[in-house]
Every structure is written in structure tokens, then in C-alpha cells.
Design a protein around this ligand. Structure first.
Ligand code: PLP
Ligand code: TYF
Length: 394
């Protein structure tokens, strides 16, 4: 049986991590995988997470199964964090999932269960795993225009023009904030226009929100998701705690389904519980439990928010420093978009050859599409990167 298997394509971002590790140069700079790193290149455990883990060790007296949806308190805490009061609680069904990726997968499964003919729209470009999972599931994928690769901004007119092709029953995947891989985001007003269009077309939005707190702050980053939730009768939200709680390997995510009427919530909840059971039974508990403890304990929450804010402002400072260095070196405002992009990533518009040249000459590792992880920089490496970009990029 196993000899019948065919080799599968590797994940390009994860493969880059391997190449970086093998590079013997001690001047190398890792701007690849989307993991937050401090100025020394370390991915720390957040203070509130450490404190919650200590407390959990003291008070947890059983590791018996929870429930198919995970601990309901986690669903409530995440609903409050992401949706706040944009929808009434009785319209929201929630299940814990293994990471945000698990939530995305379960969202696609749920959409297909509700509509076997569902077609899924994704931005061009989007996080490669969206397309990979959809292809694996055999769901039709359609792309909507998103990025103006010359100016490195959102091409909103082209986006709206391509979304004219949306049909009733389609699922439209939107990044709630901090678009991966581009770093370019819609304004709140533009999100409102997209909501109006989806409403007119009778399509359902799936919001992937994996970087809440990394862009403009916890509430600002959730504002688009909340606006969509307030305007649309139905919506799916796949949220990840990997980045904003720094608990990548714990696999904490949540899928929320907002129904038009509260009467439908049990049906959505039951279907989501069923889908969890088919795929993995009970979701991981450790990460979600830490998140719940932090979000429901005022002191832990305040400390978490303070540290997240330090992380966010650190990345913004690096963006501003890099844009300034590039302005000086190129004598132009060509790269000013780096300071306007939000989140961990910016796609800077270098060609694959230029990306390779920067890797070979300067030991700078960015993804082949010229996506760089801002958090991979520090105040010492920013000028080195600026020099490499200025001398390499046409
Ligand atoms: N969605 C996007 C756009 C992401 O970049 C990530 C990143 O890791 C995820 C979802 C899900 O992450 P995880 O499964 O690690 O929670
Ligand atoms: O885009 C990124 O770099 C992050 C981390 O298969 C990641 O979202 C990368 C690849 C992958 C899973 C997560």
C-alpha cells in the first residue's frame, strides 16, 4: 500500500527554514516563516502564558476529556475577544480547533456540508495553505484580484470588479487584518463595501484572523471582522491564538459560525461538534485553557495586552526604520509602503531572481514571492537589509 504513495509538494515557507539552517554564514538573516522574534532572534514565551501555565499546574486536577467543542469558556472568551458586542452571543456557535489552520479546515468542511456545490474565493495572493487545503479537499477555488504588485497596495477597484463574479452560496475568504503574504489591507470603509457586495450576492464570508493585535491594536485589528459580523446575516470566523499569544505549538484556534437567527445556532454548533469528532474528536486543551485563563483574569489579561502592544510597536518601529533607510538609499519614496503595511509581513515586489540574489549574496532569507517577516529584523540588521534591497532590486 505505502509504496503506491506519490511524493507531495513541500511547503515552500517551511522548506526555506531548512535552507536557512544549513547556511553556515553567521551574518545570515531569517525573514522567512511567520513567527515573532525579539531583537535577539528568540521567540519568547509571553509572561502571561508562563504565569497561566504555572497556575494551571497548581490547580488542574484532571486531564480527562473536555467536550467536542473544547471548553465552552474558551469559545466565550474568544467570541468576546474577536467579535466583542458586534453580534448577540446566542447567534454564535464556536468550537476549539487545532490552531487557526484547523479552524480554516473545519470552516471549509462546514461550508461544504451546508452546500455541496460551494465555491471558495480567495485573494490573489493568499496564504498558500488556503489554496493547498482547498485543492486537497477538491473544492473549486476562485481568485479575486487583491494586490497591486507594482505599488504594493490593495487594488480595491480590481478586487470589487472580480467579486462581481460571486454567486449565491459561494464562500469568500477574507483576511481580517494583517494580510498574509502582502501586508496590504483594506480600509474599514472598503470592508464595508465588500460586506454590501456579499450581501447583495448572497455569499457567505469566512474571515481568517490570525494576527489580531499585530497591526493597529487588538480592537482596531478586529474592527473589520466586527463590521462584517454586524452587516452580514451569516458569517464564519477562523481565529488563531498562535501569534498573539505566542503559543504556536500548542495549536489553539477557534471556528465561530454566526447564524442569522439564534434558532439556528444549535444546528451550527451540532454540525461543528460532529466535524470535530470526524476529524480528531476532542481538540487540544492546553493552549485554549491558557488563553481562557488569561482572558478571564484581569491581571493576566492586562499583562498580556501590555506585552502584545510592545511586540506590535516593536514591529512598527522596524517598519518605519526600514522605510526611512530605503528612502535614503534609493533617494525615492518607492518603499514607503513598508511603513504603511501592517502585521508581520510585507511583500516588497522583488522578482524571484532578486530574492535569490539577496539570499546568495547577503544571506537574507525571504520567501520566493518577496514576502519578508518584519519580526526577523532588528535595529542592526535593518540597514543591512536596506542596503541589500537598494543594490539588488531594479
Ligand atoms: N491564517 C493565516 C493567514 C496565517 O498566516 C496563519 C499562520 O500561521 C494561520 C491562519 C494559522 O496559524 P496556526 O494554524 O498556526 O494557528
Ligand atoms: O505564513 C507563515 O509563515 C505562517 C506560519 O505550512 C506557517 O503562517 C507557514 C507555513 C505553514 C504553516 C504555518
Amino acid at each position: 500500500m505505502l509504496t503506491n504513495l506519490k511524493p507531495q509538494p513541500a511547503d515552500k515557507i517551511l522548506a526555506l527554514m531548512g535552507l536557512y539552517k544549513e547556511d553556515p554564514r553567521d551574518t545570515k538573516i531569517d525573514l522567512g516563516v511567520g513567527v515573532y522574534k525579539d531583537a535577539s532572534g528568540h521567540t519568547p514565551i509571553m509572561r502571561a502564558v508562563k504565569a497561566a501555565e504555572k497556575k494551571l499546574w497548581e490547580v488542574e486536577d484532571s486531564k480527562s476529556y473536555t467536550g467536542l467543542a473544547g471548553d465552552p469558556a474558551y469559545g466565550t472568551a474568544m467570541r468576546d475577544l474577536v467579535l466583542a458586542d458586534s453580534v448577540s452571543a446566542d447567534r454564535v456557535a464556536a468550537v476549539a480547533t487545532p490552531g487557526g489552520t484547523g479552524a480554516i479546515r473545519q470552516a471549509f468542511e462546514l461550508a461544504r456540508m451546508a452546500n455541496p456545490d460551494v465555491r471558495v474565493w480567495v485573494s490573489n495572493p493568499t496564504w498558500p495553505n488556503h489554496v493547498s487545503i482547498l485543492n486537497f479537499m477538491g473544492l473549486p477555488v476562485l481568485e479575486y484580484a487583491y494586490f497591486d504588485a507594482v505599488n504594493c497596495v490593495v487594488d480595491f477597484d480590481a478586487m470589487i470588479a472580480s467579486l462581481q463574479g460571486v454567486k449565491a452560496g459561494d464562500l469568500v475568504l477574507l483576511h481580517g487584518c494583517c494580510h498574509n503574504p502582502t501586508g496590504a489591507n483594506l480600509t474599514l470603509e472598503q470592508f464595508g463595501q465588500v460586506a454590501d457586495l456579499l450581501l447583495e450576492k448572497g455569499a457567505t464570508a469566512l474571515v481568517d484572523i490570525a494576527y489580531q493585535g499585530f497591526g493597529d491594536g487588538l480592537d482596531d485589528d478586529a474592527a473589520a471582522t466586527r463590521l462584517l459580523a454586524s452587516k452580514l446575516p451569516e458569517m464564519l470566523v477562523a481565529a488563531s491564538c498562535s501569534k498573539n499569544f505566542g503559543i504556536y505549538r500548542e495549536r489553539a484556534g477557534v471556528l465561530m459560525a454566526i447564524s442569522e437567527k439564534a434558532e439556528t445556532t444549535p444546528l451550527a454548533q451540532g454540525s461543528m461538534n460532529y466535524l470535530n469528532r470526524q476529524n480528531f474528536s476532542f481538540p487540544p486543551d492546553h493552549g485554549p485553557r491558557l488563553v481562557t485563563m488569561i482572558l478571564t483574569d484581569p491581571a493576566l489579561k492586562a499583562d498580556w495586552m501590555a506585552e502584545l502592544e510592545e511586540v506590535r510597536l516593536g514591529m512598527l518601529g522596524l517598519r518605519e526604520q526600514l522605510a526611512k533607510e530605503l528612502r535614503e538609499r534609493t533617494n525615492s519614496d518607492r518603499f514607503d509602503f513598508i511603513a504603511r503595511h501592517r502585521g508581520m509581513f510585507s511583500r516588497i515586489g522583488a522578482s524571484p531572481e532578486e530574492v535569490l540574489e539577496m539570499r546568495e549574496k547577503f544571506g537574507i532569507y525571504m520567501v520566493g514571492d518577496s514576502r519578508m517577516n518584519i519580526a526577523g529584523l532588528n535595529s542592526v540588521t535593518v540597514p543591512i537589509l536596506a542596503q541589500a534591497i537598494a543594490t539588488t532590486c531594479k
